[in-house]
Design a protein around this ligand. Structure first.
Ligand code: SAH
Length: 308
């Protein structure tokens, strides 16, 4: 499954890579954005590409063929960006990109149970060597109140209470192991009016409301909890500002309102402290043309700041 990078034109305009500049792609994935940067930073500009998922790092390795030592790939969490920079003696950083969330390949191809549309084991870890918490563990072992809380807070799911209750009821009969078992539980816990939502990838947008599948929010909540995603975003943003050169650009793409709020609030605070200048009063979103071609762009919001 080829991942189509989102907001490519907008990312390139915001980062404005020029010959010999250096960039960090904190979520290099399959290297879609990194390639566009490398095309513009010849002959000596470098990209340090980080990804927590070892499978993604292997696929980004394809960039080595064209860009050899101009691309450095590291399998680690962007929360360790400072150590990674030091270890790799990476300097003079002109721009940093964070394209949060997950890629289409992880969603559909990695057998991690990220998608409610494919029957797989409940895992949801980006990296199973460093992370021991799985979605299966949360669903089967966490107390009802904690389940309810993450589904409500990370999923912004209004039926969180009933879903958590049904999960706890159902697991008395044995461990809940697969995505489809969980989807069935969510279905039973929600009213039928909630099910008529598009079974597709939620790409249809009507009068400003995106129609999403009834399992979307619970799955999002589990993924955030398993990977501690919100804490990671909170941690990386100040570090990213810190390591940038003066006038360096920070570009962040978020995919749900919780992430976007963290980015927005951090930008505001850092601007007050005169660390950055915000270049996007309102976040940049995908054009209708891009939305038609790439469903992942549906919820993407891009914010840009420049280091002072
Ligand atoms: N821009 C990429 C796609 C990025 S998808 C491209 O054009 O191909 C988001 C990526 O972030 C995924 O590959 C996921 O594994 C990675 N990721 C998630 N959490 C991470 C973390 N804490 N540190 C580093 N990478 C992370």
């Amino acid at each position: 499954m080829q991942h189509i990078p989102v907001l490519t034109k907008e990312v390139i305009t915001a980062l404005s890579p020029s010959p010999n500049e250096n960039f960090i792609d904190c979520t290099v994935g399959q290297g879609g954005h990194a390639r566009l940067i490398l095309e513009r930073t010849a002959p000596n500009g470098k990209v340090l590409g980080i990804d927590l998922d070892p499978v993604q790092i292997v696929s980004a390795g394809i960039l080595k063929a064209n860009y050899t030592d101009r691309i450095i790939l590291v399998n680690d969490s962007y929360t360790n960006v400072k150590e990674i920079i030091e270890r790799n003696k990476f300097e003079f950083i002109d721009g940093i990109l964070l394209d949060l969330g997950m890629s289409s390949r992880q969603l559909e191809g990695e057998q991690k149970g990220f998608s409610f549309q494919v029957d797989q084991g409940l895992d949801m870890r980006y990296n199973d060597e460093t992370n021991y918490l799985t979605a299966e563990k949360i669903v089967n072992e966490w107390p009802e109140e904690r389940l309810e809380q993450i589904i409500r807070e990370y999923g912004e799911e209004k039926f969180s209470r009933k879903i958590a209750k049904n999960i706890v009821e159902r697991r008395k009969q044995g461990r809940i192991k697969t995505t489809f078992e969980l989807v069935e539980i969510i279905k039973d816990a929600t009213p039928s009016a909630y099910w008529s939502r598009s079974a597709g990838r939620g790409s249809s947008i009507k009068s400003g409301h995106s129609k999403i599948h009834y399992a979307t929010r619970t799955f999002q909540a589990l993924r955030i909890a398993v990977n501690d995603e919100l804490e990671n975003v909170k941690k990386v943003l100040p570090d990213a500002v810190d390591v940038l050169k003066q006038n360096g650009r920070l570009v962040v793409i978020s995919f749900h309102s919780l992430e976007d709020r963290i980015v927005k609030e951090f930008f505001k605070k850092a601007e007050k402290e005169k660390l950055i200048k915000i270049l996007t009063k309102k976040p940049i979103i995908a054009s209708s043309k891009e939305l038609g071609e790439n469903p992942r762009a549906r919820s993407a919001k891009l914010r840009v700041a420049i280091k002072l």
